[in-house]
Write a protein that binds this ligand. Structure first.
Ligand code: GTP
Ligand code: MG
Length: 196
């Protein structure tokens, strides 16, 4: 698949602001600073489609981008920002849950984790949350340009083990700096859109 067209459609704070045209959706989620905006920009060959966040951890918006005039990329707010309170963290959970419940057009969730580190408790919670709601999940280990091939190979095994990755879920790698992994991720997204 090639992304030829990408367009920001809307930022939603509540469900009645989500698009209603029933196009299929692919959602991206991960902790703050994991490289989510950079990945979406590099996948779409746009430098500034997704704004790099001004106030990390504060954004409570679900952003919808129309891709190839066909389906949506959905950018979910990042989690795990150290400076937010417990109450804010809980409201984040409720906010994400509102989107995830009964979203039948949502075909796959791409969960981003940093390839250099063990998944955080929030990462594990998010993965379990995704599985609990019965969605397909692809884990993408970001920032691979920061590791040697050998280190990366070890960390891929570590990430699969720590997340207790289910057999049907793939783990891919990505670098927004040198576009490593772009073809594979686009193929993965294409297969999600084709699945029934
Ligand atoms: P929030 O919107 O705050 O949740 O962060 P985010 O997940 O959207 O991360 P963002 O794309 O803004 O990137 C965070 C930082 O990581 C920036 O300084 C990026 O330049 C850097 N970064 C992102 N992707 C890569 C990558 O593949 N390689 C390297 N070396 N740096 C990256
Ligand atoms: Mg971002």
């Amino acid at each position: 698949m090639e992304i030829k067209q990408s367009e920001f459609i809307t930022s939603a704070v509540k469900p009645d602001q989500y698009p209603t045209d029933n196009r299929l959706e692919i959602a991206f989620v991960g902790r703050s600073n994991v490289g989510k905006s950079s990945l979406i920009n590099s996948l779409t060959n746009r430098r500034k489609l997704v704004k790099v966040s001004r106030t990390p951890g504060k954004t409570r918006l679900v952003n919808f981008f129309l891709i190839n005039n066909d389906f949506y990329f959905v950018d979910l707010p990042g989690y795990g920002y150290a400076k937010v309170s417990r109450v804010e963290k809980e409201s984040w959970g409720a906010f994400i849950e509102t989107y995830l419940v009964n979203r039948s057009q949502l075909k796959r969730i791409i969960l981003l984790v940093d390839c250099r580190h063990k998944p955080t408790d929030d990462d594990k919670l998010m993965y379990n949350f995704i599985k609990h709601y019965g969605y397909d999940c692809t884990v993408v280990a970001t920032k691979t340009d920061k590791l040697t091939k050998n280190e990366l190979r070890k960390n891929i095994a570590m990430l699969k083990k720590e997340l207790d990755l289910s057999g049907e879920d793939e783990l891919l790698t990505y670098s927004s700096l040198n576009k490593q992994g772009k073809e594979e991720l686009l193929e993965n997204i294409e297969s999600a859109l084709k699945s029934v």
